[in-house]
Design a protein around this ligand. Structure first.
Ligand code: SIN
Length: 352
C-alpha cells in the first residue's frame, strides 16, 4: 500500500473515532432543555379564515401577523391564512370557529352583533369623530368590555385591527341630504343598528355577505352600500357604483378572535408569542390602513367611474340629527354603560 493511502486511512479512522467519542451526547447528561419553550416542541398549525382581499388592511395584517409568528417561533407555529372567503364566508365563519374547524377569524364588528349585541355599540352612527377616538375606545375599557362578552360564546378576543371609516355609495343618485335616501335599498352587514340607521333615512336594507356584494350591486338587486375605501376599491365596487359620498358616518374595524378552548389549551409560551405578534400587528396595521385608504381613494378618483362628493358640514349635521335617536333606542340592548362611554368619548373628541 502506498504511504499516501495509509496516511489517508489513518486520518479517516481518527475522524471516525472523534465523532464517536467526542461528539456523541453523553447518555448520562440530559439533553439541553428550555422549559420556557416546552410548548413549542410540537408544530402548531392555526387556520385563519377571512373574507377580504390580500391587498386590504385586514388581508395585509393577516400576512404580517403570520410572518411575525413564523419568525418569533422559528417556524414552529404556522398561521395558514385563507383570504377572500375561500374557506368560509361571513354567515359561516363564526360557527366554523366555534366548532373548531378553524382556529382564528377577524370579522368586522357588525358580524359579531348577533352573538354579542354589545358590539352594536361600534355601529352607532357618528360614534367616533376620528381614528384617535376609535383607538382610545378599543384599547381601553370599551374594548375590554366588548372582548369579555365573547367568552360565553366560546370565543377569545385577542386584538382589534383597524380598517377605517365607511363611505356611502349608490348607483342612482348622489347622497347628500337625508331625503336622498328615501325609497332606496342598501346592502348592509348583519347588524340591527345598521338596519335602523337606513330605516331612519327612509331606505330599505338587505343583509348580504361580503363575498356576494359585487354581484348583487352589479345585478342591481341593491342600489347602494356603505364601506371603507379599501373594500370599495378591492371589491371593484367603484366600477359598479356611480356616486360616492365621503361621509365618514360609521366605523369598520375587526375583532381578532380565537376559538376559546383552543386558545386556553395552548402552552403559555405559545400564547405569549401569538399575543406579542398580534399587538405588533395592531400597531403596524394602524399605521398602514390610513395610507392604504388614502392611496386607494386616489386610484378610484383616477379611474373616473364615480362622482365623489364630500358631505358638507350642514348635511352632516342633518344626518346626525336624524340618526341620534338610535343611541336611546339601542341603549338597553348594547348596555347603558357602553353607550354612555361612547357618548362621553364622542363629546370629548368633538369639542372644538
Ligand atoms: C370586511 O372588511 O371584512 C368586510 C366588510 C363588509 O362585509 O362589508
Amino acid at each position: 500500500m502506498k504511504p499516501a493511502v495509509i496516511i489517508s486511512l489513518f486520518v479517516l479512522l481518527g475522524l471516525c473515532a472523534a465523532v464517536i467519542i467526542g461528539f456523541r451526547p453523553s447518555l448520562s447528561s440530559p439533553l439541553p432543555h428550555d422549559d420556557e419553550q416546552s410548548g413549542l416542541k410540537e408544530r402548531i398549525t392555526i387556520k385563519f379564515s377571512h373574507v377580504v382581499a390580500e391587498n386590504t388592511p385586514k388581508g395585509l395584517a393577516a400576512e404580517h401577523f403570520a410572518n411575525l409568528v413564523a419568525q418569533k417561533s422559528q417556524d414552529r407555529i404556522e398561521i395558514q391564512v385563507f383570504p377572500n372567503g375561500m374557506l368560509y364566508s361571513d354567515p359561516t365563519e363564526v360557527d366554523a370557529l366555534k366548532r373548531g374547524d378553524i382556529q382564528m377569524i377577524a370579522p368586522a364588528y357588525s358580524k359579531l352583533s348577533a352573538e354579542a349585541p354589545a358590539f352594536l355599540a361600534l355601529d352607532l352612527p357618528f360614534a367616533f369623530p376620528n381614528q384617535q377616538a376609535v383607538d382610545e375606545a378599543l384599547q381601553g375599557d370599551i374594548g375590554r368590555t366588548l372582548a369579555s362578552t365573547l367568552e360565553e360564546h366560546g370565543m377569545k378576543g385577542v386584538a382589534y385591527w383597524t380598517n377605517g371609516f365607511k363611505q356611502m355609495t349608490d348607483n342612482r343618485k348622489p347622497l347628500h341630504k337625508p331625503e336622498d335616501f328615501a325609497g332606496l335599498t342598501f346592502r348592509i352587514m348583519p347588524s340591527k343598528v345598521l338596519a335602523s340607521q337606513f330605516a331612519r333615512l327612509g331606505a330599505k336594507t338587505a343583509f348580504i355577505p361580503f363575498t356576494e356584494v359585487y354581484r348583487n350591486v352589479e345585478q342591481n338587486s341593491v342600489g347602494g352600500q356603505e364601506n371603507t375605501i379599501s373594500n370599495i376599491y378591492s371589491k371593484r365596487l367603484y366600477k359598479v357604483q356611480s356616486f360616492m359620498t365621503l361621509s365618514n358616518h360609521g366605523y369598520l374595524g375587526y375583532a381578532v378572535i380565537f376559538n376559546k378552548p383552543f386558545w386556553d389549551k395552548l402552552p403559555a409560551d405559545v400564547r405569549r408569542i401569538l399575543q406579542e405578534a398580534l399587538d405588533e400587528t395592531s400597531l403596524w396595521i394602524g399605521m398602514q390602513a390610513r395610507e392604504i385608504n388614502k392611496l386607494q381613494l386616489e386610484e378610484i378618483r383616477k379611474a373616473g367611474t364615480m362622482q365623489i362628493d364630500e358631505l358638507s358640514e350642514a348635511d352632516r349635521q342633518s344626518w346626525m340629527q336624524i340618526l341620534e335617536p338610535l343611541y336611546g333606542e339601542y341603549d338597553k340592548e348594547i348596555g347603558h354603560g357602553l353607550v354612555a362611554e361612547i357618548r362621553k368619548l364622542r363629546e370629548r373628541y368633538s369639542a372644538p
